[in-house]
Design a protein around this ligand. Sequence first.
Ligand SMILES: Cc1cc2nc3c(=O)[nH]c(=O)nc-3n(C[C@H](O)[C@H](O)[C@H](O)COP(=O)(O)OP(=O)(O)OC[C@H]3O[C@@H](n4cnc5c(N)ncnc54)[C@H](O)[C@@H]3O)c2cc1C
Length: 456
Amino acid sequence: MRTNNMDNIKTIDTLSLNIPDTTKPRVVIIGGGFGGVNVAKKLQCKDFQIVMFDRQNYHGFWPLLYQVATAGLEPDAIAEPLRKMFGGDKYEDFHFRLVKVTGINPATKTVQTVIGELAYDYLIIATGTKSNYFGNEQVKKNAFPLKQIPHALNLRSQLLQCFEQASMTKDPVLRQSLLNFVIVGGGPTGVETAGALAEMRKHILPTDYPDVDFSKMNIYLIEGMDRVLPPMSQEASAKALKYLQELNIIVKLNALVETYDGYLATIKGGEQIPTQTLVWAAGVQGALIDGLPAASIERGRILVNHYNQVLGFNNIFAIGDIAFMKTEKWPKGHPGVAQPAIQQGKLLAKNLKRLIAGQELEPFEYFDKGSLAIIGRNKAVADLSKKVHLGGFLAWVIWLFVHIMYLIGFRNKVVVLSNWIYKFFTYENSTRLIIRPFIRKGDVAKRRFIDKYETE
Ligand SMILES: Cc1cc2nc3c(=O)[nH]c(=O)nc-3n(C[C@H](O)[C@H](O)[C@H](O)COP(=O)(O)OP(=O)(O)OC[C@H]3O[C@@H](n4cnc5c(N)ncnc54)[C@H](O)[C@@H]3O)c2cc1C
């Protein structure tokens, strides 16, 4: 086929969102995470046209992201393509578009994306969170975040590259900086990443790298508060600390990382740790979309009423991590975990159906199913209620069961379960591959190292 204007195939200017016109109310959902997916599933398409925008084409199961970063699972085991989830007859009038949303305009009832804009009747913002560096640009530039699959793959490559390089140097200072790993943030992500790394150090790395003395590998976990797992009970925190110390993880409490230039981390008070790998799991902030008035936003999240309606609007809703719903029981909003997003998504679908039927809306009541964190093999903690706190093997089994149960997609459940069973008996994790080498922007020395083994 010939085209007269070859420029058209070199640009995205001729792309459009291409959503069919409809006489049904159009619901636009921004974000295919826990909140977005659950509202779309429950809403189905009988009475609505549903349009979902996400900047990635999959739904990610973030609780297992640290296992991708520490070479325990491949990324496709913890993600499900959104088109696969919503394909088929059941979701007939569902339309997914892989685009980043750049803004909304409540006055014109439109959503702006990098490809164009679309009018909505109801808008659901379910964009979750992004890393919060608390204004520290140097740390932002040099640290490894752990919020998305590309982040986990970067970290996996970095860990393996550090071990490879450590096996090739006799310089003790360089070697130590390659073997020091600093994880900032003692919440579940930090604790679980530190634990997984410690298990690798114990069971895998000495066999893979016989030239490296792994008694010199240090894993630091730095937490600003006076205990690890601050959102969990005191009992869970104390047990987790004990398990971390049993795994020879150096836990520093009441400690704040002030600077990190890619090679040296400085903790407030002056202590310095030479390290080429600093993982940032210390905080998140709402992934806000431009266009809402300042009055609808507090502490970087969107203020909503008990029906998840954004303050000041009756056709714009926010759910999940991005939503800030103050209730008597949760005056600081709900915890930033998957359950509030799932439960709000399901209730919002029900409420949208009620809304178009002219019925009264049901207020959201969070059902807290408890919290879990895994530290290592047979070592986990669970707060099942205010009074029931478990630790050790039983909590570990509950953790495994809950994560398999909530993982989306039958294939993913089978892959993850079989991986874990294999790992349990062999101590092996099979994905220690550097597929895409990681080089920090502007790191000339690393570029030279990669160039030495990469071929055309
Ligand atoms: C590493 C990690 C570990 C975690 N561990 C646990 C755990 O063990 N247990 C637990 O309960 N919770 C855990 N959480 C928290 C849990 O994942 C979140 O609470 C949950 O994902 C919130 O759901 P959500 O729908 O609000 O946001 P998300 O699930 O984050 O979904 C947001 C979606 O919006 C999309 N998006 C964002 N901005 C835009 C834009 N501008 N345009 C288009 N798309 C956009 C994103 O691509 C994403 O798909 C963890 C989170 C992380 C990152």
